[in-house]
Ligand binder design. Structure first.
Ligand code: ZN
Length: 279
């Protein structure tokens, strides 16, 4: 099932197009794309039997983030060993580094991002998890049962700000406006033969710069949820960026940064793609 945000309204997507949830459910479920996670189980029960015959074509430019205002947005660092190596940082043993992307950075899947002047802005394609059921001290075994679905994310990162000063500033360097595009929609985990082995990648003006599989994650999705929820509860609608594989600009020789006019296309196979243009 594909569920998302079209012009700020909760929407179901089928092969035939888009169905507005508030209208199709006769008002039983509201239009707020973030509010639906509070009633996720009831919503899925309804959506599985919903009449989608009124599906209409839609403009992809009107898609918003499937979780546009999460209570918490977690970023996971150094979760692929080849990316940890290119970053010249150690491989985490018991749990990876955690930071936040402040929610003002969230955007929909198609956007223009203003590059911070004088910065070194880098790309990081990531699988993104959206929580559907409160998770507190859950085991890895039970973790997928707390996931509403998966989407594509770009953890855009301004490296000068991220690394300046006596202690790294991951959360600030990764939270400029538009630095957390997500979409094009949420796909429920049951849509995948193996949700722990998904192909992802990104390309700049058609040149592939990252390409990997989520089976390479050092801490797979269940371990990330178990580890985070051991410390703090995860709320319905919370978002987790699960980490990026090798191929970022920071790890290249010479290093490479996004430039005005670049078009960055990011994808997870089976979910869809993001398209960012830089100005
Ligand atoms: Zn990242």
């Amino acid at each position: 099932m594909r569920i998302g945000n079209l012009s700020g309204r909760l929407t179901l997507f089928s092969e035939q197009g888009a169905v507005d949830v508030e209208k199709a459910s006769g008002g039983r479920f509201g239009a707020d794309p973030q509010g639906v996670y509070q009633d996720w189980t009831e919503f899925l029960d309804w959506a599985r039997g919903a009449d989608l015959s009124a599906a209409q074509s839609f403009d992809v430019a009107a898609l918003g983030a499937p979780a546009p205002a999460p209570a918490q947005l977690f970023g996971i660092g150094l979760n692929y060993s080849d990316h940890a190596a290119e970053s010249k940082l150690g491989i985490p043993d018991s749990f990876p580094p955690v930071f936040t992307k402040f929610r003002s950075a969230i955007s929909g899947p198609i956007s223009t991002v203003n590059l911070p002047p004088g910065g070194h802005t880098d790309w990081e394609v990531e699988l993104v998890v959206i929580i559907g059921r409160r998770a507190e001290k859950v085991s890895a075994e039970d973790a997928w049962g707390h996931v509403a679905g998966l989407t594509v994310g770009q953890d855009l990162s301004e490296r000068i700000r991220q690394t300046a000063g006596p202690a790294a500033q991951f959360s600030v360097g990764k939270s400029f406006p538009g630095f957390a595009p997500m979409g094009p929609w949420l796909v429920t985990p049951d849509e995948f033969a193996d949700p722990d082995d998904l192909e992802l990648g990104c390309a700049i003006d058609g040149e592939t710069v990252q390409h990997a599989r989520t089976s390479q994650l050092i801490f797979p999705v269940p371990q990330v949820i178990a580890g985070l929820s051991a410390v703090m509860p995860l709320f319905p609608g919370d978002v987790i960026f699960t980490g990026t594989p090798a191929g970022v600009g920071l790890g290249r020789t010479p290093q490479r940064w996004l430039q005005p006019g670049d078009e960055l296309v990011s994808y997870v196979t089976g979910i869809g793609e993001l398209r960012q243009t830089f100005a």
